[in-house]
Ligand binder design. Sequence first.
Ligand SMILES: NC(=O)c1ccc[n+]([C@@H]2O[C@H](COP(=O)([O-])OP(=O)(O)OC[C@H]3O[C@@H](n4cnc5c(N)ncnc54)[C@H](OP(=O)(O)O)[C@@H]3O)[C@@H](O)[C@H]2O)c1
Length: 252
Amino acid sequence: MAEEKDLDLSGRRAIVTGASRGIGMAIAERLSRNGAKVALVSRRKESLEDAAMKLSGETLVVPANTSNSEDIERIVPAVVEAWGGVDILVNNAAANPVFGPLVDLPVNGWDKIMATNVTGPFLLIQAAARVMIAQGKGAIINIASIGGLEPSPMVGAYCISKASVIHMTKVFAMELGSKGIRVNCIAPGLVETKFAELLINTPEIHQASINRAALQRHGQPEEIAGAAHYLASDSSSYMTGQVMVIDGGVRY
Ligand SMILES: NC(=O)c1ccc[n+]([C@@H]2O[C@H](COP(=O)([O-])OP(=O)(O)OC[C@H]3O[C@@H](n4cnc5c(N)ncnc54)[C@H](OP(=O)(O)O)[C@@H]3O)[C@@H](O)[C@H]2O)c1
């Protein structure tokens, strides 16, 4: 079969947050396999180094807490110093440290969720976009959730944060389109990762979430990575400000 050149990421410089495991690691692997140099970001250096060893191409390990603005300030300069620019940003790291009714959520739980899921991605888009504007090109992909499209019980603040990510995608897409920068997001359903452990290991939730999906199963991280590859590549060159839902057929 002929190779599709517009999916080739050779020479592209990518940043993937939350790249040490789960969906972020699958995206990092996929981008790397298709030619991109990948800067892997998450809090733990050792886990990042382990993940980087599994990638085929050039990598950079950038330990940083994406809920901390000082840490975020270091990420883009580190990549620019190593590779001279940034072509792809995948905002994937997120947190959901609380489970319970929104009415009982302490403000520190709210602040933690918003810092990691909303403020961190926002600051990183600002930093990457400044470099991409100078280049005249770039692709930004935010990982949201179907929880950002419709509310789920017990994870209210997380759902609100992901709705913010979806709208942030649209606003940045509108502002940055004329500069050659595309901004899209992916809204996964339940994907089998450490993040979703609690849901997957609770038998009633496990079965209920399978029953809700037309495909009658949970997703795997690699099934999100293909969409990120498409959105990062020239194959999606006329697409911006959009939400790709990948949930096995939960929402229509
Ligand atoms: N799994 C699902 O069912 C599901 C569904 C919908 C949406 N999502 C979204 O998909 C994305 C990835 O989730 P996942 O399921 O792959 O989670 P995961 O397996 O738990 O991985 C999370 C990654 O983010 C990193 N991380 C967490 N907090 C961080 C912080 N403050 N700063 C920097 N890195 C941080 C983690 O590494 P360290 O802990 O070492 O920092 C890890 O690399 C998230 O945006 C999540 O909301 C997941």
